[in-house]
Design a protein around this ligand. Structure first.
Ligand SMILES: [Zn+2]
Length: 397
């Protein structure tokens, strides 16, 4: 199968699995949050400035799902694909008026791939601009993904950007329902909705929870208190929290979820809510930046930073480049050919939600894996040998 070698090598490069950096501290990751990057995303995503999508110069005029917000979704998909070590899925579902499209990126945990935290925000809007609601939450999720994806983590992190929140939490409800049916081990959900307005300047951080999510809320408060000097926000627990955003989809399916939002009820909420006057120049950007740093602290803590010597993502070697996997896309059988220098090898097939569905330890050079029973979709094949390993994306059709 030598003739496949170049094709496989090219695939590995285009997937963007790169050597990850050594483990840092949560504090150092907070410092990596870029305020200029966040502000650039806000301005591009609300159409205040042009951006580039698919190589074209475009303006994202609005993100209203019913009038077609594919440009916004394409922008998110392209951004997430530009970061290392993420598998990005454009998740078309058939809910709502027209059906929608969630953009979901997974960073597989090296130690506990089945233990999942979901970091999310809705990207759709009710009219033009809608900077606070919810370009702010969307930008926060993107920036957390950009920073953390460079590091090796214990637990799986799913970065999700929901469609059709404004039509009744349609996108998040669809995804959460499927996650529940499939028995996903989601340990916590952090939802961000409207995090850019703080007229009274009190740097209050409302954390909305329900009784079932109190342990997650407690962790979030502890993380804020631990890093209070670097973040500069004061926690304000809201229980019962409002249910008018995507975290409620997860509450309904029995998962622990909290929401970070600028207001408790209508106190200190943007007066431009759900109007085209909700623009970037009405936001209190320093407050927004603080919440993005806080999110980074929460995500990095929950992900569990580990040293890259024990990381199963992205560490490439010459032997691991000489692997043939075919056919891909696969229908019934996946053939895996390993170089004879590799020795004892572990193979793990992980689904798009980070759940391991197959594992084999082997010293064979040729392995056949039956894929007949798999549902159609994206999977990741993790091939590991001692401390060297690599991940290949597999499509089942
Ligand atoms: Zn919203």
């Amino acid at each position: 199968m030598k003739r496949y070698k170049n094709a496989i090598r090219t695939l590995a490069l285009t997937l963007g699995f790169t050597i990850v950096a050594s483990a840092q501290t949560v504090s150092s990751l907070i410092d990596e949050v870029s305020t200029s990057n966040l502000d650039a995303i806000l301005n591009e995503f609300t159409g205040e400035v042009t951006t580039t999508v698919g190589g074209n110069t475009v303006t994202i005029l609005n993100r209203v799902s019913s009038s077609g917000n594919d440009l916004a979704a394409d922008y998110l998909e392209e951004k997430l694909n530009s970061y290392s070590n993420l598998e990005v899925v454009s998740d078309q579902y058939s809910g709502g008026s027209l059906g929608g499209r969630n953009i979901v990126a997974t960073q597989v945990g090296a130690t506990n791939p089945d233990d999942i935290y979901v970091i999310c925000a809705h990207y759709d809007s009710v009219t033009n601009y809608c900077a606070d609601d919810n370009a702010t939450g969307t930008a926060a999720v993107l920036e957390a993904a950009r920073v953390l994806s460079q590091y090796c983590i214990e637990n799986t992190i799913v970065y999700a950007l929901w469609d059709e929140e404004e039509d009744g939490l349609v996108g998040s409800n669809d995804w959460s329902g499927r996650a529940s049916n499939e028995g996903k081990n989601i340990l916590g959900v952090i939802n961000l909705d409207m995090i850019g307005y703080d007229k009274d300047g009190n740097n209050n951080m409302p954390i909305h929870t329900n009784n079932d999510s109190v342990s997650l809320k407690d962790d979030a408060v502890d993380i804020l208190n631990t890093h209070s000097a670097a973040i500069g926000l004061t926690p304000d627990v809201v229980n019962p929290g409002i249910s008018a955003s995507d975290h409620a989809s997860f509450w309904n399916d029995g998962f622990k979820a909290i929401m970070l939002s600028e207001a408790v009820g209508f106190g200190d909420l943007t007066p431009y809510y759900h109007t085209a006057n909700d623009r970037v120049n009405t936001l209190h950007l320093p407050y927004f930046h603080k919440i993005c740093k806080y999110l980074m602290a929460v995500v990095a803590t929950k992900a569990g930073l580990i040293d890259n010597s024990s990381c199963s993502l992205g560490v490439e070697s010459e032997e691991l480049d000489n692997i043939s996997i075919y056919p891909n896309p696969t229908t019934s059988v996946l053939n895996i050919e390993l170089p004879n220098t590799l020795g004892s090898t572990s193979l793990e097939l992980v689904n798009a939600m980070g759940q391991m569905i197959y594992r084999q330890d082997t010293t064979l050079m040729e392995i056949k894996v039956s894929t007949e029973q798999l549902s159609n979709g994206v999977y990741f094949l993790k091939i590991g040998s001692e401390k060297k390993s690599i991940v290949k994306k597999i499509i089942k059709n």
